[in-house]
Design a protein around this ligand. Structure first.
Ligand SMILES: N[C@@H](CCC(=O)N[C@@H](CS)C(=O)NCC(=O)O)C(=O)O
Length: 335
């Protein structure tokens, strides 16, 4: 685990001491855009590039919840033929993410790099910052176009529709204010909340974040008792963003990150909701529990020095769910 400093790889764990025991996530730096930024996208700062078949390539980790969102959106928006994908090894060790095929990575057919950080130094030889997945690569300019999953979801939702004919809309205009509001809470306290709990190096910091996490889980539990999906009757990006944390929760966050006040299985609405989404056509095949468990338990030796990957828990997301008791309309279509 490490980062780039002026284009040089430095092997270094997160510096929580600097922040009183807090894990502070760095903001993504590469924020150019594919397609029109007005479509629910960029903050206006970056350049725009056209949507084209075979021009962009997605680099992910199958273990990473942020990358997982983009894989789901790529699948549901029918982008597999247009945007290729490579995945790193689940083991993120001294050199960070690698494309080592002997460790279950896919290899990198586009740039033939061994290490994920090389994509960053190809983009900017003096790059300074964390080297994260997912990234979207522009083959034409040989550079990363964007390394923020929230942006990639918006691009995938809209920018390639003319090429695919897929008009599913996961960020409908009239639902944006509720989606944004839910996203903010879910990001701050759940998606990032598990990391803030798990990477805390002071007791009080851990306790603060783990309680905030479970308060937020109770809020979404209540919401999902009243509505089929987070924004009401329609499945939106807000659900995809929550799902990738929930599906990992009982297997890794509960144990490895000590988020153990309750399992997701013990929340009736969340437990059924995660099964419904898992069973949604296309989603189960984006879930790789082996990569998920091996990544967290093996890579983070500051938390798990023996690197033993636990055998359990036994989870079956194919069990029937009860979500049909609430009205749902599937995914909206662009008007
Ligand atoms: N804001 C980014 C965060 C991505 C992220 O933090 N990915 C993790 C994997 S789950 C990573 O690559 N971490 C490597 C590191 O922090 O050095 C996004 O959502 O795309």
């Amino acid at each position: 685990m490490g980062l780039l400093v002026n284009g040089e790889w430095v092997d270094q764990w997160y510096d929580t001491k600097k922040h009183g025991g807090e894990f502070v996530r760095e903001s993504a730096q590469l924020r150019d855009w594919v397609g029109h930024q007005a479509n629910g996208g960029g903050d206006g700062g970056g350049e725009s590039y056209p949507a084209e078949k075979d021009r962009y390539h997605l680099y992910v980790s199958l273990a990473c919840p942020w990358a997982h969102r983009t894989l789901i959106m790529r699948k549901l928006k029918g982008l597999e033929e247009l945007i290729g994908v490579s995945h790193v090894s689940p083991l993120m060790l001294d050199s960070g993410w690698t494309y080592d095929q002997s460790e279950d990575a896919s290899g990198d057919p586009v740039n033939h790099v061994d290490y994920h950080y090389q994509l960053y130094t190809m983009t900017d030889p003096a790059y300074t910052g964390r080297v994260t997945v997912p990234v979207l690569w522009d083959k034409q300019r040989s550079a990363i176009i964007n390394n923020e999953s929230a942006d990639l979801l918006r691009m995938f939702n809209r920018s390639f529709d003319q090429l695919t004919g897929n008009d599913l809309d996961f960020y409908p205009e009239d639902l944006r204010s509720v989606i944004d509001e839910v996203n903010d809470d879910v990001y701050e306290h759940i998606n990032n909340g598990v990391y803030k709990s798990g990477f805390a190096t002071e007791q009080g910091v851990y306790e603060k974040h783990v309680h905030a996490l479970f308060e937020a889980l109770e809020r979404v539990e209540k919401r999902l008792g009243e509505h089929r999906y987070l924004a009401g009757e329609w499945l939106t990006e807000a659900d995809i963003r929550l799902f990738t944390t929930l599906i990992r929760f009982d297997a890794v966050y509960y144990g490895h990150f000590k988020c153990n006040l309750k399992r997701i299985e013990e929340f009736p609405n969340l437990a059924n909701y995660v099964r419904e989404l898992y069973q949604w056509p296309g989603i189960a095949e984006t879930v790789n529990m082996d990569h998920i468990k091996r990544h967290y338990y093996y890579s983070h030796d500051t938390i798990n020095p023996t690197r033993i990957v636990p055998a359990g828990p036994l989870l079956d997301f194919n069990q029937p769910h009860d979500r049909d008791r609430l009205p749902g309309q599937g995914v909206r279509r662009h008007v």
